[in-house]
Write a protein that binds this ligand. Structure first.
Ligand code: GLP
Length: 260
């Protein structure tokens, strides 16, 4: 696990965008794993800017969303499929048919989960998975207690997550109780994982998953098993790390040929 501490969310977004740009320029048919929430927004803003100003093209790229609410009708403003379109894929030139998300509006949720796993595999697997982290250490919607080997499946949201996400809805009663999410095992299959986090509110979760013992009680700790996990955070999110000086030293002395 590589931990990179930068001054602000803008620099975090730019560095994560560097990793994505390098991938897409090297592999024009790259497969991106796309996350929602506020954390990836600086990445999407930066990629949209590079598309507009530098001609960075995503025409061959496909994207797979991490998760989705169950029960929101297709096209609902807050469905993650719509959020990803609005915040990222519609702002660049990713082909609409190459943007995928788990289907949370079907009667056959189990079948849809299986189908989603198969679609990711058929695309060749995820090259780079963007992640945020919840205040309780969740990634995707893998709440505490999730199997570290889990695959795409239905989950019940922790009440804290419903409270955290209520800001996107008119009232908390509108936040669904159920979701479909890529599992922790699914996420581990991505060839590169880039997790971004900002602000003091994420400092405890970051400390726990970077430096704490691996445990299903803090699902993001599973990233300690990933051979290429890059954690890019701002100073506030890094403020509770015991070994921050070590991470800064390693990054300051990183061989340039390694890239992001
Ligand atoms: C949501 C999403 C996660 C996201 C997390 C943090 O519940 N399912 O993918 O990482 O919340 O969101 P934010 O980045 O807004 O803090």
């Amino acid at each position: 696990m590589e931990v990179i501490i930068l001054p602000s969310s803008k620099e975090v977004g730019a560095l994560a965008a560097d990793a994505i740009e390098a991938l897409v320029r090297n592999k024009p048919n790259a497969v991106l794993g796309l996350a929602t929430g506020s954390s990836p927004l600086p990445i999407y803003d930066e990629l949209a800017r590079r598309h507009d100003e530098d001609g960075l093209s995503f025409t061959g790229v496909s994207g797979f969303a991490l998760d989705e609410y169950v029960g929101l009708p297709a096209g609902h403003f807050e469905s993650y499929r719509e959020v990803i379109r609005r915040e990222f894929t519609n702002r660049v030139d990713v082909a609409a048919e190459n943007v995928h998300g788990p289907d949370g509006s079907t009667e056959d949720i189990a079948g849809a989960c299986q189908h989603y796993e198969e679609a990711i595999a058929a695309a060749g697997g995820v090259d780079l998975q963007i992640l945020g982290v919840g205040t309780n250490g969740h990634i995707g919607f893998n709440e505490p207690g999730s199997s570290l080997a889990s695959r795409t499946r239905i989950k019940t949201l922790a009440e804290q997550t419903r409270v955290d996400n209520a800001r996107f809805f008119d009232t908390i009663d509108q936040v669904p109780h159920h979701v479909v999410t890529q599992g922790l095992g699914t996420i581990l299959d991505a060839r590169h994982v880039v997790l971004v986090a900002f602000g003091e509110g994420k400092a405890s979760a970051v400390r726990d998953f970077v430096e704490g013992p691996v445990s299903a009680s803090c699902p993001a700790t599973v990233l300690q098993f990933h051979p290429r996990a890059t954690i890019i955070i701002d100073e506030a999110a890094a403020s509770k790390l015991a070994n921050a000086a070590t991470y800064r030293h390693a990054y300051d002395n990183k061989p340039t040929w390694q890239g992001v």
